[in-house]
Design a binder for this molecule. Structure first.
Ligand SMILES: [Zn+2]
Length: 250
């Protein structure tokens, strides 16, 4: 076994970071962790961009889908919120636009995509359940992407169903969420059933065995000390809810 200590700052990132009205963004993303998606003006967190580029290449959908919005700064989110309030009113805006610092677009892990068809609606892009959009949805799970705001989960996510908004959570998490029909809030809750010092979640996804558990962070300084098998590849992600999630490849 080996011991690993991670600071609060190191746990403010990772593919399972939850950002919503209840859990605002813990800290803004450092510019060096962002990269242009396919060389466009849309920025994404580096790994998210790379995996999404691989997914686009596998689907051959480069000309059929447009990236409408990826990473946003706090200032940009403020502007979008204010201009939607002015143009669309409060009821619409509260339904479809997250409050500043409560938008996961500020993590660089989320992207809004649209079918390449004029006119493109910036707030509610067209992403129908047919053709290339349906094929994207079918394949995205195996690349670690989820539709973040599904229909029927509005009372949990606080955001209306958004068929165009995709979020990178990585594998095996996207596949487990799909199996159970969980949105991200529900999945983080579910993982709390598998604490470091209890039974871990053991699961086989795409012919690979995974072991997953969560550990609470220290209340005093937000850090965490983990005991991990020395020989296994692993990933640690903060959750922004006072815990982190460890994924081991067995
Ligand atoms: Zn979005």
């Amino acid at each position: 076994m080996k011991t690993l200590t991670l600071t609060r700052q190191e746990l403010n990132r990772g593919s399972l970071i939850l950002v919503n009205e209840r859990y605002p963004l813990p800290e803004s993303v450092a510019p060096e962790r962002l990269t242009p998606f396919f060389g466009s003006g849309v920025l994404l967190e580096r790994r998210t961009a790379l995996v999404l580029e691989n997914l686009f290449t596998a689907l051959g959908c480069g000309a059929s889908l447009i990236s409408v919005s990826g990473y946003r700064t706090l200032e940009e989110q403020k502007q979008i919120y204010a201009s939607s309030l002015a143009e669309n009113g409060e009821a619409f805006t509260r339904k479809y636009v997250a409050l500043p610092d409560c938008s996961e677009h500020q993590t660089g892990l989320a992207i809004d995509l649209a079918l390449n068809r004029e006119p493109v609606d910036f707030i509610r892009p067209c992403f129908p359940d047919e053709g290339i959009c349906a094929r994207f949805r079918e394949k995205m799970i195996s690349y670690g992407f989820i539709q973040r705001y599904p229909e029927g989960k509005e009372n949990i996510t606080g955001i209306a169903a958004e068929p165009w908004h995709f979020r990178y959570v990585g594998l095996p998490h996207a596949a487990i969420m799909q199996q159970h029909g969980f949105c991200l809030e529900e999945y983080i809750d579910y993982l709390h059933l598998f604490p470091a010092d209890g039974r871990h979640l053991e699961i086989r996804i795409q012919n690979k065995n995974f072991e997953i558990f969560y550990q609470k962070t220290n209340e005093s300084d937000g850090s965490v000390t983990l005991s991990l098998p020395s020989s296994l590849p692993f990933q640690v992600s903060g959750t922004n809810t006072g815990s982190c999630v460890v994924t081991l490849w067995r």
